[in-house]
Ligand binder design. Structure first.
Ligand code: ZN
Length: 116
């Protein structure tokens, strides 16, 4: 189960996703900004809406329909959410440390339909 821990130095919450280990091969863009996926299909580009879960919300040009091209900004559920919508919120305190389970869900905001 993912866990949120309070970072006392930075006064921020940090997600510890013990069930998800990301490897460099999972990232489609290398450090030079070059697209490196073999299939060359980006799920976040206009025209590839069928590769993402159904959209939650979008800012669209006139008369374009959901899950189709014509959007300016689009929000979809994350296929790989580190949070889980299961169980109850469980808070835990140990001395000065504070944590809770990762209850919730993640969404992906796609800020531009143009890949570059
Ligand atoms: Zn793209």
């Amino acid at each position: 189960m993912p866990e949120l821990r309070k970072d006392l130095l930075h006064d921020k919450w940090v997600l510890i996703a013990t069930e998800q280990a990301l490897e460099p091969r999972f990232f489609p863009i290398n450090r030079n900004g070059t697209y490196v996926r073999k299939d060359k299909v980006c799920p976040f580009c206009a025209g590839n809406e069928s590769l993402t879960p159904p959209e939650i919300a979008a800012v669209r040009k006139d008369n374009s329909v959901p899950d189709s091209p014509g959007w300016i900004v689009r929000t979809v559920p994350s296929k790989y959410s580190a949070f889980k919508l299961e169980g109850e919120l469980q808070e835990e305190r140990s001395g000065i440390y504070f944590s809770c389970n990762g209850l919730g869900k993640q969404e992906v905001v796609i800020g531009n339909s143009d890949h570059n």
